[in-house]
Design a protein around this ligand. Structure first.
Ligand SMILES: Nc1nc2c(ncn2[C@@H]2O[C@H](COP(=O)(O)OP(=O)(O)OP(=O)(O)O)[C@@H](O)[C@H]2O)c(=O)[nH]1
Ligand SMILES: [Mg+2]
Length: 318
């Protein structure tokens, strides 16, 4: 199924009042990378997008990715956007900082990711990933895990080099020797992918297979990206912000714009009215800036991020 049609289905289904112009705003397959620091999130993002766009290195004793970032590319004929995230469960971050990071991720993947990719190193014990899945369910809702998470196994090359797989394929190794990984995959309704890096045709083919799995995931979830009150709030804010940016660019007088901004924040405009005020080009041109702007704000519909709900369950079982 083509991504554009997935997106069209989503919006025409849940927002019949919206005009076609919004349907074309973002026809990307939206992926969010999550997992522990050093788990290979940024490297996986670079591999998927076929470009070195996310910072990724091993010489650091602290987490490399410190804030959420979004990059886009055409991949095997598909528009793909990837949101890279820091390790949300890093003990050095306060719950407020984690909440800000999650808000940022929600804004950048608005109106919702098609898949969360939980990066899991194949050559290490999965001590923390079950807790990560639980935390994901707590923050975004159980359907985020049950319907939209794919386990993305990383470091298959190191597994092979270690000899632990004893010549078996990664799938055979997981099934025969890694009950912990089997449990993870089962929690995600058997959705997993083994990421093959190393460049060349093989890597491209492997990424194409991953994208096929994501599209299948979306199909099985009813043809929609993941949504929740937090993502709906983010999308609403991004659209409002797009309108403000378009007006600012048109040179609406500052006093008028300020008065209008105040009005917008207290009384949100119906989406169809916003559509009428903006051209298709304006909608496309203002999208990235609006998402970035909203990514620096707090999404109020997110549940509280507390030590007991997230961080404790992550760290106590290390
Ligand atoms: N051999 C090998 N190295 C990998 C693989 N994936 C990532 N790496 C390396 O491991 C190091 C850490 O990977 P990153 O992708 O930066 O890890 P991260 O999850 O983004 O880590 P943070 O940004 O700190 O949260 C980098 O040097 C990567 O090149 C892999 O599949 N195989
Ligand atoms: Mg990183």
């Amino acid at each position: 199924m083509h991504v554009v049609s997935l997106y069209t289905f989503q919006w025409s289904d849940s927002h019949p009042e919206n005009s076609q112009v919004w349907l074309d705003v973002d026809d990307h397959l939206r992926l969010v990378l999550i997992g522990r620091s050093g788990g290979g999130k940024s490297a996986a993002g670079n591999c998927i997008l076929g470009q070195e766009v996310f910072e990724s290195h091993s010489e650091s004793f602290t987490a490399v990715t410190q804030k959420c970032d979004k990059k886009k590319a055409m991949v095997e004929g598909r528009r793909v956007s990837v949101v890279d995230t820091p390790d949300w469960f890093n003990s050095e971050q306060t719950p407020d900082e984690v909440r800000a990071q999650i808000s940022s991720c929600v804004a950048l993947s608005s109106p919702g990711p098609h898949a969360f990719l939980l990066c899991v190193p194949l050559d290490q014990p999965a001590k923390t990933e079950l807790q990560a899945l639980r935390a994901l369910g707590t923050v975004f809702g159980p359907e985020a895990v049950q319907k939209h998470t794919v386990v993305l196994f990383t470091y298959v090359d190191r597994l092979r080099a270690s000899g632990k797989a004893e010549g078996k394929s990664a799938e055979e190794y997981i099934a025969s020797q890694r009950g912990d990984l089997v449990e993870l995959v089962e929690k995600c309704r058997d959705r997993f992918h083994v990421l093959e890096k190393g460049g060349g045709r093989r890597q491209k083919q492997n990424v194409a297979e991953l994208l096929d799995k994501v599209e299948q995931t979306v199909k099985e979830a009813g043809g929609q990206c993941y949504s929740s009150p937090a993502f709906q709030e983010a999308e609403d804010r991004v659209r409002q912000r797009q309108l403000e940016i378009a007006r600012e660019r048109k040179g609406v007088q500052p006093a008028l714009a300020a008065a209008d901004a105040g009005r917008l924040s207290t009384m949100r405009k119906p989406l169809e009215q916003i559509n009428e005020e903006m051209t298709e080009d304006e909608i496309k041109d203002t999208r990235d800036e609006a998402e970035k702007s909203v990514s620096n704000t707090s999404i109020e519909s997110l549940p509280p991020v507390t030590l007991s709900s997230i961080l404790t369950c992550w760290h106590l079982k290390l």
